[in-house]
Write a protein that binds this ligand. Structure first.
Ligand code: GLC
Length: 547
């Protein structure tokens, strides 16, 4: 076997890293207020180091009225008092580094909270003021300006405009409590350069850039119409709001900040549109270095769908010089084992809508497919992002009642889409006790009784558990890390089997069929489910190495 690659010691560690996303409010609660906090994260660093991840990415922990789960920020350079203090953050980072874990934080530059002092000042100062120019205020269309200034749509449903008492409208691509900043204003640009330095000086290792493709907007008059209101079309640089050429200039200026540190800070862009070769422009070494490729996350379970997106991602990434990323789950989508168990033709949105009878998913299918997909992803070249709880094989909590929902998607979709709370339910650490060990008291979102069987305590010593599989896979994966080049597709006559090789001699076989297939030759390294003699069971992934 090749020498294992020690990620932490490499300045380009992020190219092959496994990054674990912590959604702080739902990870671990140290003080019993029902909300996870930084001290809670700190207390579980040993668990994360044992799991074998290379880095943690902390979703926002900044002060926030929580209109959008913390992505509505009132101070980009502070810690929400419910989650701790800046000293707690410094202590957490220091201790993470002692565990050889890197720390990535979320930067949210597209918008602030409507409770941010800047937005209050903008409302008070009135039309035409420099305070208003930090945001995107316009007069309305139609008689008396009573119509929104343009047809722009909010991601969460409804128009992307809200009227204020003096008659002007402001733009919000997300909730109305998240006014968009005006990136044509040099003050905003400078503020975020300084904010990056603020956190970089506190020793963070990198940044995840929220809605990275939307900062530069075409705000020329009259405002242009948005061609793809559903945001399903691949972008080509012509949209007034997303992926404009000018946005890259911003990231080149950020790169200068990142490179002024030794080792340079890393960054990863979040762009939610369909992935194309344009998506990878954000990953250029002169910009952020990495961009989330969500095409695998959006693909339905199946050989052709998976192979197609992997091929295209490898191609799209070619020649850019940046890193490759793979993601199956996050705080924004239903957990992947549940997604893969949906009946044919049922989309995750339809499953979680408030209408009709919700099909009950088979947990066996979810478990087999979820584990098979994970093991496939972890054998791909590049970096993988895991979402907290996926190592436990957690399923989506699909039965939150309407009064329990917190996601703004629920209200903004006219109470038709239940939104993203089902993957944000606080983690189960123990089999019993208040909030299954999440904290000394209850949890801010209710946990179902079945969480007991998925708790860390239940899984830690079980050789068949998801936690054991993730631990083994992450340890073994280190043998692959020295090589972040492509994959060799290996021919298979079987339309339900995916087979690829890595340059170090590993072979990866995914059996998408429900039925067993002959076990390929080679020494077995790991499989996502128990093997059956000389057979590779249905919905199972196998890692082997040539003898
Ligand atoms: C990103 C985040 C999502 C948030 C949105 C607005 O897509 O991942 O959770 O709602 O940005 O900040």
């Amino acid at each position: 076997m090749p020498e294992p690659h020690i990620v932490a010691a490499d300045p380009a560690w992020w190219r092959t890293a496994v990054v674990y996303q912590v959604y702080p409010r739902s990870f671990a609660d140290s003080d019993g207020d029902g909300i996870g906090d930084l001290a809670g994260v700190r207390s579980r660093l040993g668990y994360l180091a044992d799991l074998g991840v290379d880095a943690i990415w902390l979703s926002p922990f900044y002060p926030s009225p929580l209109a959008d789960g913390g992505y509505d920020i009132t101070d980009h350079r502070a810690v929400d008092p419910r989650l701790g203090t800046l000293d707690d953050f410094v202590a957490l980072t220091k201790e993470a580094h002692a565990h050889r874990l890197k720390v990535i934080i979320d930067v949210v530059p597209n918008h602030t909270s409507d409770q941010h002092p800047w937005f209050r000042e903008a409302l008070a100062a009135g039309p035409g003021s420099p305070e208003r120019d930090r945001y995107i205020f316009r007069v309305g269309a139609g008689p008396d300006g009573a119509e929104p200034p343009a047809d722009w749509a909010s991601h969460f449903g409804g128009p992307a405009w809200e009227r204020v008492p003096d008659g002007q409208w402001y733009c919000h691509l997300f909730a109305r409590e998240q006014p968009d900043l005006n990136w044509d204003n040099p003050e905003i640009r400078q503020y975020f350069l300084d904010t990056l330095r603020f956190w970089a000086d506190l020793d963070v290792d990198g940044f995840r850039v929220d809605v990275a493709h939307s900062l530069a907007k075409d705000l020329s008059s009259p405002l242009r119409s948005q061609p793809d209101l559903d945001r399903n079309l691949p972008l080509d640089g012509s949209d007034p709001l997303y992926d404009r050429e000018e946005v890259h200039e911003i990231y080149r200026s950020w790169r200068a900040v990142f490179d002024s540190y030794d080792p340079p800070k890393m960054a990863v862009a979040e762009t939610w549109h369909p992935t194309t070769s344009r998506t990878y422009l954000y990953a250029r070494p002169s910009e952020l270095g990495q961009v989330f490729d969500f095409s695998l996350l959006k693909a339905e379970w199946g050989r052709d769908a998976f192979q197609d997106v992997i091929r295209r991602s490898l191609e799209d990434h070619q020649g850019v010089g940046g890193g490759l990323t793979w993601v199956l789950s996050s705080h924004d989508v239903p957990r992947h084992p549940s997604r893969y168990a949906l009946p044919a033709g049922v989309t995750p949105d339809a499953w979680l809508s408030s209408h009709g009878t919700r099909p009950v998913l088979d947990p066996g299918t979810a478990r087999r497919r979820g584990r098979a997909a994970t093991l496939m992803m972890l054998a791909l070249p590049g970096s993988a992002y895991l979402y907290q709880g996926e190592e436990l094989g957690l399923l989506e909590v699909a039965d939150l009642t309407e009064d329990q929902l917190r996601d703004p998607v629920w209200e903004r979709s006219g109470r038709t889409l239940k939104g993203r709370d089902g993957c944000r339910v606080p983690l189960p650490w123990t089999r019993s006790g208040p909030s299954f060990g999440f904290g000394p008291a209850g949890a801010w979102l209710p946990q179902p009784a079945w969480f007991a069987d998925y708790s860390v305590e239940s899984e830690a010593d079980d050789p068949e558990s998801s936690l054991t599989l993730y631990r083994q896979a992450l340890m073994l994966r280190r043998a692959l890390n020295a090589d972040d080049t492509g994959v060799d597709w290996l021919d298979t006559d079987d339309p339900q089997v995916l087979h690829f090789g890595r340059r170090n001699g590993w072979q990866v076989v995914v059996n998408f069929s429900a039925d067993p297939r002959p076990l390929p030759e080679g020494r077995v390294i790991l499989s996502s489910g128990p093997l059956d003699g000389h057979l590779l069971p249905g919905e199972t992934t196998l890692w082997t190495v040539r003898r």
